[in-house]
Write a protein that binds this ligand. Sequence first.
Ligand SMILES: [Zn+2]
Length: 383
Amino acid sequence: MANGNSATLTRRYNRTVVLDALRRHGSLSRIELARLSGLTPQGIRNIIEDLIDTGLVRETGRRRGLRGQPQIDIEINPGAGYCLGLHVASGLCHAIATDLAGNVLARPEARAFGGDHGQQLDALGAIARTVDAAAGGLPRLGTGVVVSRPLASRWSAAGGLADAQADFAKPFEALFASAPLVFENDANAAAMAEYTHGRAKGRGDFLYLFLGEGVGGAIVQGGVPMHGGRGNAGEFGHILIDPRGAPCHCGNRGCLHGYLALDGLRPLLPAGAMLAQDNLPQAWLDGAASALSRALVSLENIFDPQAIVLGGTAPAWLLHRLVETMGDPGPSVRSDVAEPGIEVSGLGQSCALIGAAALPLLALTSPDPATLMKEPSAETAAE
Ligand SMILES: [Zn+2]
């Protein structure tokens, strides 16, 4: 690796270290940034000057320092640009545009998404024009695309997507590849929404349980969702609860899915009735809460999370009823430590879409040591 390239990659990495600290802490002085990052005060001054020039961060005001010297707080500039989130599910593409603080700038109506490459480009192009207009000239800083199935890789540019996924990625790459473009499954995206704007903010090691028609989840370690060898990590729905239980579509018996998933609850409702607070069968609720409690003991013991967040497309009242019914989770080997318990998400049923918009923000502000090992490229050589 040539020295010039090495210095460029190090500078780029250090910039993400500073942005990461600002995203997690809100606002910090230059002195605090130096202490948190381990970078020299001069290095921090250079990076901040550079980031202010690009508009990504701003000075927010003065506060009195420890020795009476006023310190200027730095924060990420929410209006530096916008992040586009897309969620493709059931033949529709939902979209949301947020600023860097997660405030919603636009949420156009979902568009039909299917057909051939040209039709998909048309749908995405219409979405892009709508959000560009609503964002009032702010640059698009990145795009997150979320699908309700496992993905082998979160990066389109890494070439790690399997063939079928590469075809899926093509129209998105054609329109949105000029800034970070991130692909993710719905449970991982919803977890990253919690990490960025929700219950897990500031807590890099946590579990996310996604309850909808099925049961999924995310294992987040150091602020990064685990994908596993084939993109299937976090399938909490197939934790075995009772080996003599009902057969599961995965081939086993008595999986958590059978107790908790909404697709198993609907047939228990009165004929033709929609799920509502006053027709939730008590027997289902008791069984679901008991199974969830058992699953959480195992998860807690295996992963030692700072938090467990329950969310998904299930209505919030149902998530709260489950947690209330569950009561105290069973014993774990960590019973000497305060239980993290389980917290219900406050992000609502669009959590995966909100997460889609959080993905490019995280891509821009998360230090990735792998970038330090990159081969010199034409792009870095030109800097
Ligand atoms: Zn199963």
